[in-house]
Design a protein around this ligand. Structure first.
Ligand SMILES: Nc1ncnc2c1ncn2[C@@H]1O[C@H](COP(=O)(O)OP(=O)(O)OP(=O)(O)O)[C@@H](O)[C@H]1O
Ligand SMILES: [Mg+2]
Length: 346
């Protein structure tokens, strides 16, 4: 039985695995709750979400990968081994893995990811820019010489790229993503309302009343926290107008990344983009009004991809079926048996 061909979107927040011919077979949180002293995993994936903010002192919640960088090698390899085993159950041959990475990931970081993946059970690995995978997932042609702009906004990173003929023409990546928004919201509520809230509540507030544009139809949400002075539980209300001002600098940073890519792109490709528009993908593309905010500030039609969270994983799936297109563009699979020289990773 041949080994499976997998597409892996190993994000800072979520992990999605696409299996050739079967589609998305796994979609989980990329978090592990471990014993603080032995670092043995106790809970892996989605179940960790509701527990993360309520752990006893003996446990810790770890997100081992952030912005494509391995922050905790041991926990990262346990997380990957667990999920690869789950997806490849009953297979004797090791899977080949096509993995999306942020364009700011250095060759040294790729080498670490390669070791991590092969230790976790991958037979061979090929890296591809996450923005390219997302562009392919949004349905662009892999052969047409026509520029398309993709902006993938995840939990920790924003990857912008102009893509043509199934390859990257220009790309930029900034360490700005939805998790940073959660921190800004928690800091604002502490500063202005003297109330402490957890990351889970901040994320809920962002998804409910977070906005990139000023809303005349102001909406509000009631959330719970802890008064900083008294330590007592409190309920408070927060509005979309407050959130608009809190999130403004973040949205400006995403706009800055888009502008810097446009500036570095050739006039011919920019003219294409003026016709094809800007496509937003990644979970943070769901922020209310972000598409309109970018469209108003660039003058370029901006649309959110269908199913933005899974766009990169779907693109990896499509690329698995187009091995020739990958090879033509210089993307190769490497296995631990290959006598690859370090030049590939310098
Ligand atoms: N409706 C929503 N409104 C605002 N943000 C959202 C919404 N839904 C999801 N998000 C945010 O999307 C982010 C996760 O997106 P995604 O799964 O694409 O990230 P990732 O791929 O794990 O991260 P990265 O690509 O940066 O490594 C989280 O910060 C989450 O809060
Ligand atoms: Mg991502």
């Amino acid at each position: 039985m041949p080994g499976l061909k997998l597409g892996l979107d190993l994000g800072s927040t979520s992990i999605t695995i696409y299996s050739e011919n079967r589609g998305i077979v796994l979609s989980e949180l990329s978090a592990v709750i471990c014993d603080k002293y032995t670092m043995k995993p106790i809970v892996i994936g989605n179940n960790a979400k509701s527990m993360a903010e309520k752990l006893p002192d003996s446990m810790v919640c770890i997100y081992p990968i952030r912005g494509g960088i391995v922050y905790n090698y041991e926990v990262g390899s346990q997380l990957l081994r667990y999920y690869l085993n789950k997806v490849c159950a009953g297979r004797l041959l090791k899977p080949s893995v096509l993995m999306g990475v942020s364009s700011n990931v250095t060759e040294l970081h790729k080498k670490t990811l390669f070791d991590l993946l092969t230790r976790a059970g991958a037979g061979s690995v090929c890296f591809i820019e996450e923005a390219l995978a997302a562009a392919v997932g949004s349905g662009i042609s892999l052969t047409e010489p026509r520029g398309t702009f993709i902006c993938d906004i995840g939990g920790e990173t924003t990857d912008c790229a102009v893509v043509t003929m199934g390859n990257i023409a220009v790309s930029r990546s900034v360490l700005v993503g939805g998790n940073q928004l959660n921190k800004q919201i928690a800091e604002y509520i502490l500063r202005e309302h003297n109330i402490e809230i957890g990351a889970f509540t901040a994320d809920h507030i962002k998804r409910t009343v977070g906005t990139a544009i000023y809303r005349n139809d102001e909406i509000a949400v009631v959330a719970g926290g802890k008064n900083r002075d008294s330590g007592l539980p409190v309920l408070f209300e927060i509005t979309s107008t407050e959130l608009y001002w809190v999130l403004k600098s973040y949205n400006d940073q995403i706009l800055g990344c888009i502008r810097s890519v446009l500036e570095a792109t050739s006039p011919e490709l920019v003219s294409d983009v003026a016709e094809t528009g800007i496509i937003l993908s990644g979970g943070s593309a769901n922020l209310f009004g972000l598409d309109r905010f970018i469209e108003w500030n660039t003058g370029i039609r901006t649309v959110r991809a269908e199913d933005p969270e899974n766009c990169a994983a779907k693109g990896l799936g499509r690329l698995l079926k187009n091995k020739r297109s990958l090879e033509t563009n210089g993307y190769v699979y490497i296995s631990p048996d290959d006598d690859y020289d370090d030049e590939q990773y310098e």
